[in-house]
Write a protein that binds this ligand. Structure first.
Ligand SMILES: Cc1ncc(COP(=O)(O)O)c(C=O)c1O
Length: 388
């Protein structure tokens, strides 16, 4: 049975070239980048090249890139780093209702610690309310953290417009974007978006798990979360994950066509998926913005439970998700769907399909056929509601 992996927003399979580079690094480029001898210098040089590569793709300077263990650490590092550095009597921090838990949980933590936390609402497609943002920023606002591409819906925020609003009202406020689902899929320029900080992660782009980076604009004051040997310009101590960083670099290099041919091919695939699903199944809803990231498709079916559908598809070798992998074990599972106001009858029956360039048109047809069969047979098991 051919496996059709449609959960690429949760994680991706490491590209063979990435794995090869990592293995080569583990065996041959094993020096500690802090060592003064040539093995250390070689390792340091290798991670310097990746730093530059990331900077080139974000349109910033290489000294503004710091390596991390991934998106969760990056988001924590920026949010906690800004708040802990300020420590004033009055502080306000702003985020949105559809953030990844690695942002939302940190905001909730601070809410319980006498910091004013504002959570912005979103419209039915998942765009933040810009008027609400404008009204929320004041001179006490030290940080606004917004998800650039939503992991469940694929909705892309208008970052240049959001940046302009923030900086017009309070130029000192730090603007951070969680760009884990956008990096090397959607082009970004941190200058035109007026960003002070950005988070990215390796495992969403065919790189290894447990490695990522943050951009922090020169002059932005951040208190380090991890202290020790002073690596990463004192902001993130610990011996660098050299094989991981080299793997991340190779994954970035392999995505050189991502913004052109691949983006368009994935967009066509996503449209074909939507058309076929709509032709075969009734009682569906496509959530998010039709012009959002083509890599993510969020679909709801009435009279079906998403989790049951997921396992039914799994038995046919098709892998999807019911939402964010990171939040699927948490109690408040459907806060993103709640925030966009999805009707109750659809909420329980939601799945997320997330594409990669490895998916073919045939895979789409096979997956849609399997979904149609599963939905139809699951619906037969559901008793019709009275008064429907
Ligand atoms: C939008 C977003 N932010 C942050 C993260 C966390 O990244 P990591 O798994 O590298 O910690 C994820 C992972 O699912 C994500 O989708």
């Amino acid at each position: 049975m051919k496996e059709i992996y449609l959960d690429n927003a949760a994680t991706t399979r490491v590209a063979p070239q990435v794995a090869q580079k990592m293995l080569d690094t583990l065996v041959n480029n094993y020096g500690n980048p802090s060592s003064l001898h040539r093995l250390g210098i070689r390792a340091e040089q290798a991670i310097k090249e990746v730093r530059q590569l990331i900077a080139d793709n974000l349109c910033c300077q290489s000294q503004e890139i710091y390596f991390t263990s991934g998106g969760t650490e990056g988001n924590n590092m920026i949010i906690q780093g800004v708040v802990e550095n300020k420590k004033r009597n009055r502080m306000r921090i702003i985020t949105s209702a559809i953030e990844h838990p690695s942002v939302l949980d940190v905001f909730t933590f601070y809410q319980n610690h006498q910091i004013e936390v504002i959570v912005l609402g979103v419209d039915t497609q998942g765009h933040i309310d810009q008027d609400q943002l404008k009204a929320a920023i004041n001179e006490d606002t030290i940080l606004v953290s917004i998800i650039g591409v939503n992991n469940e819906l694929g909705t892309i925020q208008d970052l240049p417009a959001i940046g302009k609003i923030i900086k017009t009202v309070n130029p000192k406020c730090v603007f951070h974007v969680d760009f884990v689902q956008g990096f090397m899929k959607i082009p970004i320029n941190v200058q035109t978006c007026l960003l002070d900080a950005l988070t990215l992660s390796g495992h969403k782009i065919f790189g290894p798990k447990g490695v990522g980076a943050v951009y922090i604009k020169k002059g932005t004051d951040i208190k380090p979360l991890i202290r020790g040997g002073g690596q990463e310009s004192n902001l993130r101590s610990g011996t660098e994950n050299v094989p991981g960083i080299i793997g991340l670099g190779e994954a970035i290099r392999l995505r050189k066509d991502a913004f052109g041919d691949e983006f368009e091919a994935i967009r066509i695939l996503r449209t074909a998926f939507i058309n076929e699903v709509a032709a075969k199944i009734d009682g569906i809803k496509i959530n998010g913005d039709p012009n959002g990231s083509p890599y993510v498709l969020n679909l709801s079916f009435n009279r079906v439970r998403g989790e049951v559908l997921l396992h039914s598809l799994e038995s046919k070798g098709i892998f999807v998700s019911t939402g964010s992998a990171c939040s699927s074990h948490k109690k408040e599972k459907q806060y993103v769907l709640k925030a966009i106001g999805l009707a109750e009858e659809y909420k329980e029956g939601t799945i997320r399909i997330s594409f990669s360039q490895e998916i073919t048109k045939d895979d789409v047809e096979t997956a849609v056929e399997a979904i149609a069969q599963a939905v139809n047979s699951l619906r037969l098991l559901v008793k019709p509601r009275k008064n429907r």
